[in-house]
Design a protein around this ligand. Structure first.
Ligand code: FE
Ligand code: FE
Ligand code: ZN
Length: 281
């Protein structure tokens, strides 16, 4: 069985899909993540059929198998105010339509912040938005990101993610993106109990739902609920834990996306480093 290390980083989407794929390949990546529009919201760039066609050709030629779109992080699918929730619904619905131009990929979003409404209301509202925007024919898998638990963020625990997903009609269109900085900050001990964390993920959500990893070190200690990403190997997780993560039998075949504080040459170096840490199966 051929053993492919799928690794990429977050790129600017300003010049389109072909440009992102070219940039990814130029830094040794074979995938990438991008914001579907300005991370603070706003209009998305029009889809250019030429760009999509050239992207698909380049992707096929170079083995770019799956890419990850990231929803703007200001979306709050469980806001108390209707207009904020409407904005989240419209943005996600529009993004999912656009993603059909690059079928078979992933769309990641932050579940939201319940801001004093309580976790149960938060969970219900997020599931409600997903029920509004998912559709039978869609070819995109929507990923809920594991959150650090900053403020009133929903999705700090595997239980919360499970409780959202089980309320969604097209549950088979859903998956989870595990952010290693966020789960550390949420209180899951990757340094000492990686196996137990994955076992608990399996019991509560099911490992078949785990589709991608945001590979980040953390500036803050276990359970700090902060969400400050650190360079690979330079934070709380450190080289030993990151090495275990990228080689773990449960995780190694997933796509890994760096969201570390880097410019493009910094990403290139981290990708090189991670490739040197990757072990034969
Ligand atoms: Fe994110
Ligand atoms: Fe992330
Ligand atoms: Zn983060």
């Amino acid at each position: 069985m051929n053993d492919i290390f799928t690794i990429g980083c977050h790129l600017s989407a300003s010049k389109g899909f072909l440009d992102m794929a070219q940039t990814a390949l130029s830094i040794g990546a074979n995938t990438f993540q991008f914001f579907t529009r300005n991370p603070r919201g706003g209009q998305a760039k029009a889809i250019d059929p030429d760009d999509i066609r050239q992207f698909h050709a380049l992707a096929e030629e170079n083995g770019i198998s799956v890419i990850l779109a990231h929803a703007p992080y200001v979306l709050n699918a469980c806001a108390a105010k209707d207009d904020i929730r409407n904005f989240a619904r419209e943005t996600m619905a529009d993004d999912l339509q656009r993603m059909e131009h690059v079928p078979g990929n992933y769309y990641n979003f932050h579940p939201g912040s319940h801001v004093q409404q309580g976790i149960d209301i938060g969970i219900q509202k997020i599931a409600g938005i997903l029920n509004d925007v998912l559709f039978r024919e869609q070819q995109t898998t929507v990923l809920l990101e594991t959150m650090a638990g900053k403020g009133s963020e929903v999705g700090r625990t595997f239980e919360e993610l499970h409780d959202i997903m089980e309320k969604v009609q097209w549950e088979d269109k859903l998956g989870v993106c595990l952010d290693t900085c966020h789960v550390n900050d949420a209180g899951y001990d990757l340094n000492n109990n990686l196996d137990d964390v994955l076992t608990s993920f399996d019991k509560i959500i099911g490992l078949d739902r785990l589709k991608a990893v945001h590979l980040n070190d953390s500036k803050n200690p276990l359970g700090s609920h902060k969400d400050r990403h650190e360079l690979i190997g330079k934070g709380t997780l450190g080289e030993t834990t990151i090495r275990r993560i990228i080689n773990h039998p449960v995780l190694r075949d997933l796509p890994f996306f760096l969201e570390t504080p880097n410019d493009i040459s910094g990403y290139q170096k981290e990708i090189q480093l991670l490739k040197s840490w990757r072990e034969e199966r």
